[in-house]
Design a protein around this ligand. Structure first.
Ligand code: FES
Length: 448
């Protein structure tokens, strides 16, 4: 017989079955229970700056079109023709007034002047002749998401009309996401993705990545070669300030978490790291001072990495990145990385950031290739009839998490702990068990 979700995920004991990382049935259930319901990150507004721009994204295994309509609104629609399912957009991005299907030529529009609903069917070859005018075009538009929000430039969507508002879903994790998206607290020009979106496939289960980013400092040992070679932001050795202690911070009811210093701590003096590039150094020093002047103490977050349940992660300090891990199958994912810079930053700063990203992250980046080997190795070595019956161990720090009084709904548990992974898999189990939104949000502390 099959094990139940509660038998597979025994988060309180720090046990998670390997089968949830390799099993095809579990994977199909994830697509229904997690990816069809949760708020998902679909891109950044700077990917579609002009009306009619589109960017082809994913929500779970579904291909979706992220587009800016002629009224300037962001729309997210299934990238699949309503007639016989053909992918409408076969390019990664572009600019289209209407989306015309290559198969039989149906066309769809988001222009509010032409249509009542985004994605409505506007053109059908032979509508008067072959269809005798009988096809009801209003019935055959593209499927659109139930809710979409642009939160500080990041676009989020859900297929579930009953999902709570995005900011409720985020709860007080918002403090930390803000540090990544809007690190100057409403900086005039905002942020933009530079150098395009890096995309690559990894033969591992998708959950390894968000789990890693939610607070696995313990795995730093696997990046030792990176520290020896030296690919710091300024080109020097080391990746992080060893004196900077962090804590694993998590939101147990919501499944989000991060590694960072708690808010209300001082951010500390500016630590020079771009000595080789004086212009870049000067820029980041000035940004640091600006943060100190303009941000309230609650935003003085020294943040490294974090995860928004289920599959979005980010680096919150300079250099800032957004990542999303798309499931392909139980044992394969597609990883996307976007690099955020201030739109109004000098060219030299953008260049230095771009070079840093290339050597640090992405398919050719040194840290990412270390991680990919670990995740593919762990997936492969858990696929057998014997190995899949075993449990992974997440027992570090069980029972030691403490609530953080200043941040309702928040817990903290030292620098090295697996508490954040446990709360992530507990959340995953709640979704997989089909809990209602009322149940899913019960006890959560909603952001003001
Ligand atoms: Fe798109 Fe037929 S599948 S028009």
């Amino acid at each position: 017989g099959h094990k139940t979700i509660d038998e597979l995920v025994r988060a309180d004991e720090g046990l998670v079955s390997r089968s949830i990382f390799v099993d095809d049935e579990i994977f199909q259930q994830e697509l229904r229970q997690v990816f069809s319901r949760a708020w998902l990150f679909v891109g950044h507004e700077s990917l579609v700056p002009k009306p009619d721009d589109y960017f082809v994204s994913r929500m779970g295994t579904e291909s979706v079109i992220l587009t800016r309509d002629r009224q300037g609104q962001i729309q997210v629609m299934l990238n699949s023709c309503a007639h016989r399912g053909m992918k409408l957009c076969r390019y990664d991005h572009g600019n289209n007034r209407t989306f015309t299907c290559p198969y039989h030529g149906w066309s769809f529009s988001t222009d509010g002047k032409l249509v009542e609903k985004p994605g409505e069917l506007v053109g059908v070859p032979g509508h008067a002749t072959h269809y005798k005018g009988e096809l009801d075009k209003k019935q055959w538009g593209l499927k659109t998401v139930a809710q979409v929000v642009n939160y500080k430039g990041a676009i989020w969507a859900t297929w579930d009309p009953d999902a709570p508002p995005f900011l409720d879903y985020l709860g007080n994790m918002r403090l930390y996401l803000d540090a990544a998206l809007d690190h100057r607290d409403g900086s005039p020009g905002g942020s933009e993705v530079i150098g395009g979106v890096q995309k690559w496939r990894v033969k591992c289960n998708w959950k390894f990545a968000p789990e890693n980013f939610i607070g696995d400092l313990y795995h730093d040992i696997s990046h030792r070669s990176v520290d020896i070679v030296g690919i710091g932001p300024g080109g020097g050795k080391g990746r992080r300030d060893p004196s900077a202690t962090r804590s694993a911070i998590c939101f147990p009811e919501l499944g989000h978490g991060l590694l960072g210093r708690l808010p209300f701590y001082e951010e500390g003096p500016y630590a020079p790291q771009y000595a080789r590039y004086p212009e870049v150094e000067a820029y980041f020093r000035q940004i640091h001072e600006q943060r100190e002047r303009t941000l309230g103490s609650a935003m003085r977050v020294q943040l490294s990495v974090g995860t928004i349940f289920p599959n979005m992660s980010f680096h919150g300090r300079q250099p800032r990145t957004l990542a999303v891990f798309h499931p392909i199958s139980a044992t394969e994912m597609e990883m996307w990385r976007m690099y955020l810079v201030d739109k109004d930053a000098p060219e030299a700063v953008k260049e230095a950031a771009r070079h840093y990203f290339l050597r640090y992250s992405g398919p050719g980046g040194m840290t990412e290739s270390d991680d990919m080997e670990n995740w593919t190795g762990a997936t492969e070595a858990s696929m057998g009839a014997i190995s899949r019956e075993l449990y992974f161990n997440y027992q570090m720090g069980v029972g030691h998490a403490q609530p953080v009084p200043e941040i309702p709904g928040c817990s903290v548990n030292g620098e090295y702990t697996e508490e954040n992974a446990r709360i992530y898999y507990r959340r995953w189990a709640q979704f997989m068990n089909g809990l209602s939104w009322d149940q899913l949000m019960a006890g959560s502390v909603r952001a003001e």
